[in-house]
Design a protein around this ligand. Structure first.
Ligand code: FES
Length: 172
């Protein structure tokens, strides 16, 4: 079942319900394991992202409705974490640490090599072939191994501009 929903900018989009059928049953099973429905927010958001690839405003509203919290609360959580996408992204999502310690060790050059070699061109953009989206993030907790990057769930340390083509080639 779908219904029209107004985005924050006033645009009306069609939203196909996410938590129906088997996915709803999976969510109900999660409710049994957590003290409150609200506590299921992070896994519920993962379910949305796995189903749709990103989390739209109507999807945030649906999550809020199902969990009994406001869409604004859901949005606050979604926008706090860089692993949740608020717009469509490429098949592979690249996160690059550019915080000062890594910056001093060449993170900016690595970032530029990633943007160039992936075809993304600029931060947050998706390559024309739909393979990659790249963003910069704060400290990834591997400051001694600059530059660390995350490609999807793969944590890769010591990335230099020279290594970028070989690393990206592994992601089709
Ligand atoms: S500053 Fe880059 S991993 Fe900590």
């Amino acid at each position: 079942m779908s219904h029209a929903a107004a985005q924050g900018d006033g645009t009306v989009t069609s939203h196909e319900k996410i938590f129906t059928g088997e996915r709803r049953a999976q969510l109900e099973a999660l409710f049994a394991k957590y003290p409150t429905r609200q506590a299921c927010l992070l896994p519920a958001l993962w379910m949305v992202q796995e189903a749709r690839g990103w989390i739209s405003e109507p999807a945030m509203a649906e999550v809020g409705e199902v969990l009994g919290v406001t869409p604004a609360f859901v949005r606050g959580v979604v926008t706090f974490y860089t692993m949740y996408h608020t717009h469509p992204v490429g098949r592979h999502f690249i996160q690059v640490c550019t915080t000062s310690p890594c910056g001093l060790c060449g993170a900016e050059e690595t970032m530029q090599a990633i943007l160039r070699e992936s075809g993304c061109g600029e931060l947050g953009a998706t390559s024309p072939d739909g393979r990659f989206t790249a963003i910069e993030v704060e400290c990834l907790g591997a400051c001694g191994f600059a530059t660390p990057i995350l490609v999807d769930d793969d944590f890769i340390e010591g990335v230099t501009p020279e290594r970028v083509p070989g690393i990206l080639a592994a992601y089709k």
